[in-house]
Design a protein around this ligand. Structure first.
Ligand code: NAD
Length: 278
């Protein structure tokens, strides 16, 4: 596993592309001033990875934030996702063009299938493979794919997904899925790493925060990275954006990594990939 060095450190995807292992999530960051500021502050703080999606309705602001910053587009790892109602071959190709237009860019670093929509995700994947072959996107992947979705996809896929972005935090570890992905060289990525803000009250984490003289967010995000999991905490507040990234000057002991692992209760804060209905 790659050494965790600094905010711009990367994990190497199976096609050789380097993906910064730490990024900014922008779900629920409002389009316009809020998301523009968040992106600018993040880039200023050293973030080089922004995670958006067409359904977040803030791609335009994300693009503006990047353009307003002195950091060049090519230095930013930009991720978006095809929404469920756009899935299918032609509609995914169109959704990709629409995302690029809103973002004001001519390529993406990573494009993901947002959810495994039954009967459609294989056609969507074919569209992503085409975009990848045409070099419109540097890497392609999926999100919310459980092992059986991945097995089904892999049975016919020509390109193995480079990434699977999943809900992941101390209450939802899904270690067997993480290991399945690792065994197929599919990089695991955490969404809602801070349990959508529910993580801060947990006594075990507060104790660890005291022990390492760090915040609860820094402890949990550091755990993600030490487990080889890409992480994209969301905040639109400048101080939190900066503080969440201040986790490269310490390391959790293996014992404490195991302690966080042992908090797993299989509890989701988001929808279940087997029963979602949207
Ligand atoms: P998160 O776990 O990152 O938590 C965000 C919440 O925590 C916000 O309310 C924020 O204000 C609060 N917070 C952040 N830093 C804090 C701090 N230092 N102190 C106190 N509170 C703090 O939740 P998320 O936004 O759901 O997930 C992160 C990103 O993952 C999203 O923004 C999005 O990019 C992605 N995501 C993807 C999917 C998917 O289906 N692929 C689903 C949900 C989220």
């Amino acid at each position: 596993m790659a050494k965790i060095t600094d905010i711009q450190g990367t994990f190497k995807l199976h096609n050789g592309v380097h993906m910064p292992y730490f990024g900014l999530g922008v779900y629920l960051s409002e389009d316009g001033k809020e998301v523009i500021n968040a992106v600018q502050w993040a880039l200023e703080a050293g973030y080089r990875h922004i995670d958006t999606a067409s359904i977040y309705k803030n791609e335009a602001g994300v693009g503006q934030g990047i353009r307003k910053s002195p950091i060049h587009r090519e230095e930013v790892f930009l991720v978006s996702k095809v929404w469920n109602s756009d899935q299918g071959f032609d509609t995914t190709l169109q959704a990709f063009e629409d995302s690029l237009e809103r973002l004001g860019t001519d390529y993406l670093d990573l494009y993901l299938i947002h959810w495994p929509v039954k009967g459609k995700y294989k056609d969507s994947w074919k569209a992503l493979e085409q975009l990848y072959r045409e070099k419109r996107v540097r890497a392609i992947g999926v999100s919310n794919f459980l092992q059986h979705h991945l097995e089904d996809l892999l049975a016919t896929a020509e390109v193995v997904p480079m990434v699977n972005q999943m809900e992941f935090h101390p209450y939802l570890v899904q270690q067997p899925l993480l290991e399945f992905c690792q065994s197929h060289k599919i990089k695991y990525e955490a969404w809602s790493p801070l349990m959508q803000g529910n993580i801060f009250e947990l006594p075990v984490l507060q104790e660890l925060a005291q022990k390492y003289d760090k915040t609860v967010a820094q402890i949990v995000l550091r755990w993600d990275l030490q487990k080889g999991v890409v992480t994209i905490p969301k905040s639109s507040k400048k101080e939190r954006i900066i503080a969440n990234a201040d986790l490269f000057g310490f390391a959790l002991s293996q014992e404490d990594v195991n302690l966080l692992d042992s908090m797993d209760r299989g509890q989701r804060f988001g929808p279940d990939p087997d029963t979602f209905d949207f």
